[in-house]
Design a protein around this ligand. Structure first.
Ligand SMILES: [Zn+2]
Length: 412
């Protein structure tokens, strides 16, 4: 296949994303939640493409659209490719959907090159967690890890997951059958990077080493609210000043710990008035790293620092843990084949961690799983101006071609 062919495939994948972005719950912006009418419309659109590719298509009990291409000469074990088709409110056109559109191009490339590998493409129904405040509903079902308690969750209109599944014409009792074949060769998710790292290094694509683990805490700082004019500085117990000192410590800890990202993104002060010293401050901490040890040690040290700052300032501080999610390493063998495929395509063998969660994180519990990132121009995602470059998508498809050939050779 010439580079022109990859450019053509890339253009078609990008055009598909643009068309699908117009299928939305809201006029003039892209919002597509789990099992809404636009989700059904996108499925119909994708089903058409899958059928053109000669795939056998069905929708499983979690609403995942699945197309299987089984070449006549192939043995049974399949490669699974895919990503999600739900979006955040006012989304861009590429988060998730690009991975599905590129997966279909991969199936087309495999067909044209007679690569004898069964390929299943999954368009996951739910990843973002917008409608039911629970993410990964689609991939949890596909990974055989669907907790039936999820069926009871309700959306803002009081509709439960179970009711939504039924009114989509699906059977929530058949969730077990949504689990992917356990003997599949693996799952590979193609996804935009959603960050600025590749652009900063002028790289088109990267394999993903691991999806970072994540800690979330809420901290409450308590001091004494008092008059901003009459309370001398040395007699204050200012919760805001204590919190501010700690926020700066969070940033400097992350700056000196390689690979750590730590964020205080939310803060509430009481009474939140210009002429009153803050008596109470509540804030969030989000810390992520691919090493659970580094993350845990950093968070423990930050919480100890909060206590020390509070003690010195006559404040009290209390921390509540909201989330402690371990890192998910990607499969080493599949990832090595992807980096080999990058080298064979004349690209640097860039490997990076993912700071964001993905369906791959859930699928890794069932199958060898890997990811390939495509550069995000401007590092922009979850934003209507999210975009991709055609030459980057073409490069990623060239990598996929090499990867598919390698995989077919290894298992053939
Ligand atoms: Zn995504």
């Amino acid at each position: 296949m010439s580079s022109d062919c990859f450019a053509e495939c890339a253009r078609r994948a990008i055009a598909a994303c643009r068309q699908i972005a117009a299928i939305s719950e809201e006029p003039d912006r892209t919002t597509r939640r789990f099992l809404t009418p636009p989700a059904r419309e996108v499925q119909a659109w994708l089903r058409g493409r899958m059928e053109e590719l000669g795939m056998t298509v069905h929708v499983d009990a979690a609403g995942n659209l699945r197309g299987l291409w089984m070449p006549s000469a192939a043995r049974g074990r399949r490669l699974i490719l895919g990503s999600h088709i739900d979006t955040v409110p006012n989304a861009g056109a590429f988060d998730g959907v690009l991975g599905v559109a590129m997966a279909l191009e991969c199936a087309g490339i495999a067909q044209r090159l007679n690569i004898s590998l069964p390929i299943e493409v999954i368009a996951f129904s739910e990843e973002e967690g917008v409608r039911f405040a629970a993410p990964f509903i689609g991939s949890r079902a596909a990974a055989g890890r669907f907790d039936p308690a999820l069926l009871k969750l309700k959306d803002s209109d009081g509709i439960s997951v179970e009711e939504a599944i039924r009114s989509f014409g699906l059977n929530p009792q058949a969730m077990d059958q949504a689990a992917v074949a356990e003997d599949a060769l693996g799952f590979v998710e193609l996804h935009i990077e959603q960050g600025p790292a590749l652009e900063a290094e002028d790289l088109r694509v990267a394999a993903v080493s691991a999806i970072a683990g994540q800690s979330r805490h809420t901290l409450t700082w308590t001091g004494q609210a008092n008059h901003a004019g009459t309370t001398p500085m040395h007699l204050r117990r200012d919760a805001m000043a204590g919190a501010a000192e700690w926020i700066a410590a969070v940033e400097s800890c992350a700056l000196r710990t390689e690979g750590l990202v730590a964020t205080v993104g939310r803060i509430e002060a009481e009474p939140n008035t210009g002429n009153v010293i803050a008596g109470r401050v509540r804030l969030s901490l989000d810390a992520r790293h691919v090493s659970d040890t580094i993350r845990t040690v950093a968070v423990e040290s930050l919480l100890a620092q909060a206590k020390a700052i509070a003690a010195r300032r006559g404040l009290a501080v209390e921390a509540t843990r909201q989330l402690d999610q371990p890192a998910v390493p990607m499969d080493e063998r599949l990832t090595a084949w992807i980096t080999d495929a990058m080298a064979a395509a004349g690209l640097p063998e860039k490997v990076m961690a993912s700071g964001a969660g993905h369906d791959a994180m859930v699928m890794a519990a069932r199958l060898p799983t890997a990811m390939l990132f495509v550069r995000s121009p401007g590092g922009l995602s979850h934003h209507p101006q999210e975009t991709v470059r055609e030459e980057d998508v073409a490069a990623a498809l060239a990598v996929c071609r090499n990867f598919l050939e390698r995989l077919a050779a290894e298992v053939g």
